[in-house]
Design a protein around this ligand. Sequence first.
Ligand code: SIN
Length: 317
Amino acid sequence: MHRIKTMQNKKILILTTGGTIAGSGEDHLQGANYKAGSISGETLLSSLPPIPASLEVYEVAQIDSIEMDAKIWHKLLTLLHQNITLYDGFVITHGTDTMEESAFVLELLYQESKPVILVGAMRPSDAIGSDGIKNLCNAISLASNSKAKGVMVLMNDKIYDPKTIYKAHTYNLDAFASRNGGDMGYVLDGSVRFFYPPYKHTLPFVTDDLISLPKVEILYIYAGISDLPKFSHEVRGLIVAGCGAGNIPTKIRIQLRELQAQGIQIVACSRGNQGFVCESEFIPAYALSLPKARILLALCLQHKQAQEDIKAVFAHF
Ligand code: SIN
């Protein structure tokens, strides 16, 4: 671990994983043509202005977050729990593409209340108008704030709940939105204002095994879909991205019933980003997005097999 700046106040550990916040390109006017995860955690932190926090950095990965996987989630979770008594808060730098999934899985499995803030950038570190350093400063302020608890995401000055955040724009700096609600708060020049108190979502069971998660696939419904694709024998669960309120054509519904009879758990979700799904034949995902429902079903399948038990877990969301 490298100590970068030592001033008074809170001790914050920065765990870096790559992403556009650590991205670099040849043309500084280009916001799309660059390599994510190019610069080291130390280089990233050396660009920070003096901040009233004691910062240490540890490089966990150096990837484009499209390559994020359960092994890195496991490593992050282990590092958080191992270092919990040594730091006042944590910041995780992360690519924005899968940040909502990492935030959600950590939210479910992180057992502590010290703040863990995921942060990224929409423009690479050396692009004109890069947002990375500003976002990182804000994330450190949030991780140092006495009201901050558990896992949150900080992007473009806004604080987001891991349960509701989703990436809504492919390029714009204001890239994130919340399902069924607003942002949790705002960070302005280091000062934190919560609109809603942080809320911790927990699972009714404890697990730290992310490596051997059962396989769960996502099926996207569209007008004219005629047959289910063939799934591998390893698949134990299926998230169905239904239309509107989770609607599924009759022919596909009949085929899904057959899969269910073979022991595959089916979760009904929506292609939409607002509202909820409460369909009764399968497990309703309620307000969870497709990738988050996939994570929750995989975690449930490790512990609970019966549809009614899994339904009860999803009902909390
Ligand atoms: C990534 O997710 O690693 C690339 C895109 C980004 O960080 O904005």
